[in-house]
Design a protein around this ligand. Sequence first.
Ligand code: RDL
Ligand code: RDL
Ligand code: RDL
Length: 153
Amino acid sequence: MKIGIVDTTFSRINMGAIAIDELRNYAGVKYVRRTVPGIKDLPVEAKRLIEEEECDIVITLGWVGKAEKDALSYIALSVGKIIAELMTNKHIIDVTIHEDEAEDEKTLLMVAENRVREHVRNAVDLIRNPERLVKQAGTGQRQGYEDVGPIQR
Ligand code: RDL
Ligand code: RDL
Ligand code: RDL
């Protein structure tokens, strides 16, 4: 299995390095890493990794600033990455950290670290072990903060 990792220079955390560190837990997963300036540059790089580097799946790692402009850039990224998925018929896992998600930088770092690691696991499982995700259906999984869990009948 080959996974593409794309992160940005805009991010205040080296998200690609966290993803690659997490990949060490999965034997036999090859990766290609790229870095682009910002989130709007992620979709085409993801598409290139699928088409030109033959990645089975790509993880995009993005950081959204606090301004409304930044939130608009995030919508552009989301739509673009879904178009790239539909054009290539491959998953592109969007790992995004919003700078306004936490009050302080320490919490933001913790959320980023957890979210990247959990989505790396999701990406590997989507390719290698999709049954793990089926087992988790309806269980209120979250990435970054705590899982919220299912609603009890
Ligand atoms: O193509 C060059 C840039 O336009 C592109 O890298 C943008 O994604 C950069 N960018 C913004 O222009 C912006 O207003 C980013 C953000 N906000 C943002 O919040 N996060 C980014 N890039 O990664
Ligand atoms: O590609 C990995 C994730 O980006 C993707 O699974 C998202 O759909 C996860 N997600 C969010 O990032 C979010 O901010 C979801 C929600 N909100 C949501 O409300 N419901 C979801 N996913 O199913
Ligand atoms: O209810 C608290 C959070 O779940 C909610 O604020 C989510 O929207 C946070 N979130 C993102 O903003 C995002 O871009 C999440 C993801 N991505 C994600 O991939 N997984 C999450 N939350 O659990």
